[in-house]
Design a protein around this ligand. Structure first.
Ligand code: S3P
Length: 459
């Protein structure tokens, strides 16, 4: 199966850049669209499927580069992972403790989620493995997972600063962990839980603020015993070790973090009206919707239902004026990936928007705080970084545009810049389009089908 860059030449890192340009379209964005499957849920479906007994069938899996890396890693660890002709995927799992030593380096590409969650699995499997990633992932901190996971008996050897490539010697008789997260991170929480699956006894994770709970939901769906208790603003999660995970079907909802781009585009392009179908509405992912409401955005959630254990609904959005907002720091975990696109919308809103407590953005696929500020200022918006806060001074009309945005191997910076370019008088260019495929394959086509004007340029 050949999809995207995963299956391509390893020299791809040196491929010539593919710039893209967004121009204000002549008319509105209209129609009905379904964005690809949720990235977080897709990674987890493949991983839990590989650890379950029996065959897990996944519909709506995100076939983006990041998730395909996870599929490749699960194959390298001995699971049978296949894409059917109808687009659904099956994973024949090996059962907890049943994975086998990979005979080559595991390359997780651009994906922090894949790398960090996999560390959790590898920590409690008694074999040797080596993991690497692309230049962006090799810069990202991994000690946030390897330090706590080492307490189970695993040994990690990494580059300076705990960065990839790293080698793992999994523990033969892993001990269950009790860990209080120092940062609100669903990736760290999930790594600890995944490790705990192959430990006897109870694994306990305390998170200071609630983060996305797809791992907890999916563990239950596969038959594990997981309890979640509120503790102040956070939660305590306990998992009974060494359950028999039973294969279960999974329907992956459309990714709310991907829906954020056409949603914002429809808000910004005059006359637009879009329907986004089957979008995941897990309450720990809907911070952007709460924020857009406060900005007076014109949208409605229709046809709310439960699909595959997760709430989903259709978002019906219309163009309209936006006003500035003050986004509290405690909202960050529920919209952590949405700040770049929110900042683009805020640049078109009336007044100064302050987004508080964005320290974690500095360690995403790029330094997203700096990259977001740069994407706006190069297009003529006034923006400031004050400590961990981002301030965007909107005038009520879009900034002039005309800038070339450096995407720094960051898909969300690229898509945010292109959405901004649909509203600005002068076009907005991004230096490299390739990374969009990590989370939103087909982005340009889907947007253009709705009336956008995004085109490749000769480099
Ligand atoms: C994710 C958690 C978030 C998010 C990432 C996906 C996950 O990262 O930014 O895109 O699937 O658990 P952190 O856990 O580092 O906040």
């Amino acid at each position: 199966m050949l999809i995207g860059r995963v299956s391509m030449d390893p020299m791809m890192d040196q491929a010539p850049p593919r710039p893209l340009r967004a121009t204000r379209p002549a008319g509105p964005l209209t129609g009905v669209m379904r964005v690809p499957g949720d990235k977080s849920i897709s990674h987890r479906a493949l991983m839990f499927g590989a650890l379950a007994v029996g065959e897990t069938r996944i519909s709506g899996l995100l076939e983006g580069e990041d998730v395909l890396r996870t599929a490749a890693a699960m194959r390298a660890l001995g699971a049978h992972v296949e894409r059917g002709a109808d687009g659904s995927w099956t994973v024949a799992g090996r059962g907890i403790g049943g994975l086998v030593e990979p005979d080559d380096v595991l390359d997780m590409g651009n994906s922090g989620t894949a790398a960090r969650l996999l560390c959790g699995i590898l920590a409690s499997h008694p074999f040797f493995s080596v993991m690497t990633g692309d230049a962006s992932l090799r810069r990202r901190p991994m000690r946030r997972v390897t330090d706590p996971l080492a307490q189970c008996g695993a040994r990690f050897t990494a580059r300076e600063g705990g960065r990839l490539p790293l080698a793992v010697e999994g523990a033969a008789d892993a001990l269950p962990l009790e860990y209080r997260l120092p940062v609100a991170s669903a990736q760290v929480k999930s790594a600890i839980l995944l490790c705990g699956l192959n430990c006897p006894g109870v694994t306990r994770v305390e998170e200071p603020e609630a983060t996305r709970d797809h791992s907890e939901n999916m563990l239950r769906h596969f038959g594990a015993t997981v309890s979640v208790e509120r503790a102040g603003a956070g939660r305590v999660i306990t998992l009974q070790g060494q359950p028999e995970l039973r294969a279960a079907d999974i329907a992956v909802p459309a990714d709310p973090s991907s829906a954020a781009f056409p949603l914002a585009a429809a808000l910004l392009v005059p006359g637009s009206s879009l329907r986004l179908e089957g979008v995941g509405l897990n309450p720990l992912r809907t911070g952007l919707l709460a924020t857009l409401r406060e900005m007076a955005a014109d949208f409605a959630v229709e046809n709310q239902r439960i699909e595959g254990g997760e709430p989903v609904g259709d978002l019906v959005v219309r163009h309209g004026p936006l006003r500035a907002v003050d986004v509290p720091p405690e909202r960050a975990p529920s919209m952590i990936d949405e700040y770049p696109i929110l900042a683009a919308a805020a640049a078109c809103a009336a007044g100064t928007t302050r987004m508080r407590g964005l320290r974690e953005l500095r360690v995403k696929e790029s330094d997203r705080l700096a990259a977001t500020a740069a994407l706006l200022s190069v297009n003529g918006a006034r923006v400031e970084i004050e400590g961990d806060d981002l301030l965007v001074h909107g005038t009520g009309t879009p900034p002039p545009g005309g800038g070339t945005v450096l995407t720094h191997m960051d898909h969300r910076i690229a898509m945010s810049a292109l959405v901004l370019g649909l509203a600005t008088a002068a076009p907005v260019t991004v230096d490299e389009a390739a990374f969009i495929d990590t989370s939103f394959p087909g982005f340009v086509q889907l947007m253009n089908d709705a009336g956008a004007a995004i085109a490749h340029m000769m480099s």
